[in-house]
Ligand binder design. Structure first.
Ligand SMILES: Cc1cc2nc3c(=O)[nH]c(=O)nc-3n(C[C@H](O)[C@H](O)[C@H](O)COP(=O)(O)OP(=O)(O)OC[C@H]3O[C@@H](n4cnc5c(N)ncnc54)[C@H](O)[C@@H]3O)c2cc1C
Length: 427
């Protein structure tokens, strides 16, 4: 056990906790049962942006030693600390792929369940939980319970940000793929209407748009992709570049952001079709090790919201463009119908994720105003990315919150599972 200062990927609100790295479920159970007054929370690879995998003054259990997995037939059984990257590397040569992958492969199975992550294929395939056949949850009393879809505890755990217990094992069904490459069509779109039309009309399994939110027109680039048939070879490569440990703050401001977005838009082809390896399409940012340091010591905030189809998306994009607060390339995706996770993020409509330097003047006011616009449009902010939401906004964003609290109280009446996020949002 060691004391450590832990932060999320945005590096904005670190806190100190006692960190344990159990090597077995028994050791994990002992850590949970002896956690003490400030409680305990699980941590995977720390790729959530804010404070959900932190527990200042309490215990954090790092799951990354519990990472074995087994693929038998069509069933993948993985421990909670197995990373999606390791799973992809093992699955691809056997002609299989994970049914849902987020924008980085450095995410654990437990983290993917706890945030109920979504990929570029949500309309076609739903979120991660939709592909979990069963999971083992270590509860507050130190017992492992096997949960299945349809059970309240399962739907409180998927999307429940680690607050119902620790996911020690999950059973998934990978999808068959013909090769570790994708056929990708890239299209440059002159404004937001063009981007939305392109995404709405897409019949590809995977689709994503990169949006320039500094241009009021909301121009962007849409990538659509599908798996191809072909020979199965190595699927993933390591990082190409890494960012130095000590980057000064203030490098990224409205002018550098506008220049970067301009160059990036200008270099994209009007239309192109090419074949790409899985890693290059799904996880381009993983090629730059520690890219989050680019924002300097103050860190950055990722604001990701979802709104139903309608005017909500455009009104938030316009507000951000007019604010003058620098935002770098934003990622826009379509979401299909919501799943059953009580705190799961995806709802049918659009989701936009934007990165802002945390110290940008005017950012708190801008995001508070965006929260209200998102609520007004019937939408919500993603807890896995959040570092600053006010607790009062949560019930309007997550109608399943009251039910989540009931189920959590049954599973963990003494409130053993605690995190900085849970305290900040009074979950
Ligand atoms: C570059 C980048 C791109 C991303 N793209 C996407 C995307 O496209 N779609 C998307 O949905 N998300 C995306 N994310 C967010 C990321 O997928 C989630 O935050 C995910 O939860 C991180 O997993 P982790 O293992 O790092 O968990 P951590 O960040 O360590 O923890 C996240 C939460 O999971 C809980 N948790 C972790 N392990 C367990 C466990 N074993 N049992 C119970 N709870 C546990 C923690 O308590 C915490 O609440 C992205 C993040 C990055 C950095």
């Amino acid at each position: 056990m060691a004391d450590a200062l832990l932060a999320g990927w945005g590096r904005t609100s670190p806190s100190r906790a006692r960190v344990l790295r159990p090597g077995s479920v028994d050791e994990l159970a002992a850590a949970v049962q002896t956690a003490g007054r400030r409680g305990v929370i699980a941590r995977g690879l720390g790729r959530s942006y804010g404070d959900p995998a932190q527990n200042g003054g309490g215990v954090v259990v790092d799951l990354t030693r519990l990472r074995t997995f087994d693929l038998t037939g069509d069933r993948l059984v993985a421990e909670g600390g197995a990373s999606l990257g390791e799973l992809i590397r093992a699955l691809a040569p056997r002609g299989r792929f994970l049914p849902v992958v987020p924008g980085t492969r450095h995410v654990t199975v437990g983290g993917a369940v706890a945030a109920d992550v979504h990929g570029k294929n949500h309309p076609a395939d739903g979120s991660f939980a939709a592909h979990v056949e069963e999971l083992d949850l270590l509860t507050a009393e130190g017992m492992v319970r096997t949960l299945r879809p349809g059970e309240a505890a399962f739907h409180a755990t998927t999307g429940g940000m680690g607050l119902t217990g620790v996911v020690t094992r999950a059973v998934l069904r990978p999808i068959p793929i013909g090769s570790p490459t994708l056929l990708v069509e890239t299209r440059r779109c002159r404004d937001l209407d063009d981007v939305l039309a392109c995404l709405s009309g897409s019949t590809a399994r995977y689709a994503v748009a990169w949006l320039d939110c500094l241009s009021e027109r909301g121009r962007g680039i849409v990538d659509q992709a599908a798996h191809t048939e072909g020979p199965v070879t190595a699927a993933l490569k390591g990082p190409l570049l890494s960012v130095p440990r000590h980057m000064p703050g203030g490098l990224l401001n409205r002018h550098t952001a506008a220049l970067f977005n301009h160059l990036w838009y200008g270099k994209a082809p009007r239309v192109s079709v090419r074949s790409m390896p899985l890693g290059a399409y799904f996880h381009p940012l993983d090629r730059i090790r520690d890219w989050n340091r680019i924002y300097g010591p103050d860190g950055f905030v990722q604001y990701q919201f979802a709104v139903p189809y309608g005017e909500g998306l455009k009104s938030v994009v316009r507000r951000i463009a007019r604010s003058g607060v620098p935002s770098f390339l934003a990622v826009l995706k379509r979401l299909g119908p919501a799943g059953e996770g009580l705190l799961s993020f995806p709802i049918e409509g659009w989701t936009l994720a934007l990165d802002f330097p945390a110290a940008a003047p005017g950012l708190p006011e801008l995001l508070d105003a965006c929260d209200q616009a998102v609520i007004g449009a019937g939408g919500r902010v993603y807890l896995a990315k959040d570092a600053r939401l006010a607790p009062e906004s949560l019930p309007a964003m997550y109608p399943g919150l009251a039910r989540f609290r009931e189920v959590r109280a049954l599973l963990d009446p003494a409130g053993v599972f605690q995190s900085d996020l849970a305290r900040r949002l009074r979950l």
